[in-house]
Design a protein around this ligand. Structure first.
Ligand code: PLP
Length: 421
């Protein structure tokens, strides 16, 4: 297979573009809901299982509302993300607050909403205690260091800034007990965009063995184990998605062995996935503005790295389709570029595509997570709109495009009167 399927035809796209000019991101509700259902079903053996959607991946209230209807909670890491949760009526243990290098006012907000606090560092026990007071339920984030191989995006765990060391966890939970905390959870996240279904069983094993040891040594009961995010998606057409049932079976085998096998009470499993949940169900739609032929051939789009920075930031592959032309046989190699004054503003380098012309519609795949949300305003570029294709095919706008007024709103021109000649 050399291509990836689209949930809309060229004609449908043209109709949408008549109303909403390119560039925009569009999300496919049907695909997203189907995946969410499969995800929950794969873990139906675990009572209390919950996926907390990592809202940083696509912080849009419409998307969160859909996922909440599928039983998901929300994973927040900043005050803005907490407020977004609040604005859509989420509170209490529907919210996981997994932050790092956290200021007191963010802890304050999270605690006041009753969110589950996931501490990134042992020093934050005292910081939280002194500044706000410890809540009844606390989770700590484990960094297994050299015990676990990391992967390209997140790097080696021992180089990662996140989490407690193993010995700090023993010390940390004891401090929490001494300070009167009654309920406990534990978290780890050691990979990002991992496609190997078996990888997660290995992570679970490390965490479950540790839970058994902590439970016995400190005489505490863990309510939940949060396995983090990091489930990968097949950005390339030849890649295969993570087999959720296989992943779940690998985790269950270790759960049975280390949790139940050690006589511990059942614990709830949590995830805080972002990418896998919405990534494949979002598309960046652009129009070809210019074709340039110099030392290489360039296809210049009406979008840029401000709309999708993963290729420039990580060298990531995002598949590109040209609806109506993909079947043509005359293919040409292009660098597909945006308009930033940055030579790394390229969606693809040396990509073989159908012969392009100005006006062609180009679809960039898998932008539903860490796509629009990573956008920025460098070079005065404005972030695009976001659209949602409902299950019945209707298309609605769920975020308008930024305007020049938005761009200028933080500036003060009053002390800089217009220059008169
Ligand atoms: C980014 C992040 C996630 C989500 O990761 P995905 O790769 O999108 O699944 C979950 N938890 C934490 C702490 C994160 O930083």
């Amino acid at each position: 297979m050399t291509d990836k399927k689209l949930p809309f035809s060229k004609q449908t796209l043209e109709n949408i573009i008549e109303k909403y000019p390119t560039p925009f991101h569009i999300y496919d509700e049907k695909g997203m809901r189907a995946y969410a259902k499969r995800f929950v079903k794969a873990f139906d053996w675990n009572e209390g299982f919950k996926e907390y959607y990592a809202i940083k991946a696509a912080p849009n209230p419409y998307l969160m509302k859909i996922l909440r209807q599928e039983g998901f909670g929300i994973d927040c890491s900043s005050i803005a993300e907490l407020e977004l949760a609040e604005k859509i009526g989420m509170s209490g243990e529907e919210i996981m607050f997994t932050s790092n290098d956290t200021p007191a006012y963010e802890y304050q907000k999270a605690v006041s909403m009753g969110a589950i606090i996931n501490l990134d560092d042992i020093a934050h026990i005292q910081y939280l205690d002194e500044n706000i007071g410890l809540p009844e339920l606390v989770c700590c984030r484990y960094n297994p260091g050299s015990l676990k191989e990391g992967n390209a995006i997140i790097g080696h765990p021992e180089e990662a800034k996140y989490g407690f060391t193993r010995s700090q966890l023993f010390e940390g939970y004891q401090m929490l007990i001494d300070k009167g905390v009654k309920r406990f959870g534990i978290h780890t996240m050691v990979a990002s965009n991992e496609l190997d279904s078996d990888y997660f069983g290995g992570t679970a094993q490390i965490l479950f063995e540790l839970i058994a040891e902590l439970s016995q040594k400190l005489n505490i009961t863990f309510e939940f184990a949060n396995l983090g995010g990091g489930i990968g998606i097949p950005y390339k057409p030849e890649q295969k998605e993570v087999d959720l049932e296989k992943m779940s079976a690998g985790i269950k085998a270790n759960y049975d062995k280390y949790i139940l096998g050690n006589g511990l009470k059942p614990i709830k499993l949590y995830f805080e996935s972002g990418r896998a949940i919405t990534g494949p169900y979002g598309y960046l739609i652009s129009t070809v503005l210019h074709i340039k032929d110099t030392y290489k051939k360039y296809a210049g789009l009406d979008s840029c790295m401000a709309n999708l920075m993963r290729p420039a930031l990580y060298g990531s592959y995002h598949h590109i389709s040209v609806p109506g032309k993909d079947e043509l046989s005359n293919k040409i190699m292009y660098d597909v570029t945006g308009s930033l004054c940055e030579n790394n503003d390229k969606f693809a380098i040396n990509r073989v595509l159908p012969k392009l012309e100005p006006g062609d519609i180009v679809v960039i795949h898998d932008t539903g997570a860490h796509g629009h949300s990573m956008g920025f305003n460098y070079n005065g570029k404005l972030r695009s709109a976001e659209l949602l294709m409902r299950e019945n095919g209707d298309v609605i706008q769920i975020r308008r495009a930024e305007t020049l007024d938005d761009y200028f709103v933080t500036l003060d021109f009053s002390g800089v009167p217009a220059f008169k000649v």
